[in-house]
Design a protein around this ligand. Sequence first.
Ligand code: PLP
Length: 355
Amino acid sequence: MKKHNFGAGPSILPQSVIEATANAVKDFNGIGLSILEISHRSKDFKPVIEGAAQLFKEVLDIPEGYSVLFLGGGASMQFCMVPYNYLEKKAAYLNTGVWSKKAIKEAKGFGEVIEVASSADANFSYIPKEFTIPTDADYFHFTSNNTIYGTEIRKDLDSPIPMIADMSSDILSRPVDVSKYDVIYGGAQKNIAPSGVTFVIIKNDSVGRVSRYIPTMLNYQTHIDGGSMFNTPPVLPIYSAMETLKWVKEQGGVKEMERRAIERADILYSEIDRNKLFKGTVATEDRSLMNLCFVMNDEYKELETEFMDFATARGMVGIKGHRSVGGFRASCYNAMPVESVRELVKCMQDFEKQH
Ligand SMILES: *Cc1c(COP(=O)(O)O)cnc(C)c1O
């Protein structure tokens, strides 16, 4: 049976990326060796890491003066690297859920943290709109897409101070005005690659502002200077990232990714709103195009397990909601075909007919 992979991460990748990666594992570039067993400094890998950074710059229209880094440690390591490198006295954070909170926790180890706004009062089911960013803070940090709750800030905010964003789960799903940010980072395992690599888009002249000693591996300057090759980078996921970036470009770029995301979300949210068994979980205007969350309507709560089994039997994978929200979450990253979303909708409709 065909599987429809709605997993939240690591998650669906384009079939062509999986095939290219499998081929590179067997025989990389026809050199008679696997990509798993070659030096990251070999002449065959150099074009991969440089190509991936170059393609990232192209598809996201990254201006001059920025570097694209591929590091280890996940987005979670960035929660610590960001304040290590940028927080001298105080920083401003928008709290929109678990990932924001984790970023805030790390920042507090380096200085004062101002929470400009929080939606904790309603289990992070909306994005706070009215808040003031203090002009005397070192930077303002926000999470663009809240993978767990299914809310998203689908635009580039305005900030009077340097802006830094965790875009782990919606990177490459829309055009971004990179010039508004000092740093954009994320784990690549949601929209770009298998797990193991973290992308960091960084304005070169934004580093070096704090007075503390920064350990070499945690200093962005090290990785800008070393072209992400100060130490051994995650070779295989970087290869997959390059293939995904090629795919995005061939498909029509981030504008086309955005068109598809809107199309998928329209189809699924319309059904969530129409179907008597289900309802959405977050403020309509803040609904994520990447992680679409829904629960059983109150009168049908007892059908949750039954629907899960029903959907699983139809090939739906990874639709169980995060434990802090419950219900269901259909993650629709870039590689998600609209046909899979139609299958899920069909599943919801057929289930409704039985009740
Ligand atoms: C998944 C996720 C993370 C965590 O990423 P790791 O690479 O596992 O550290 C951080 N932020 C957001 C928004 C995420 O979706």
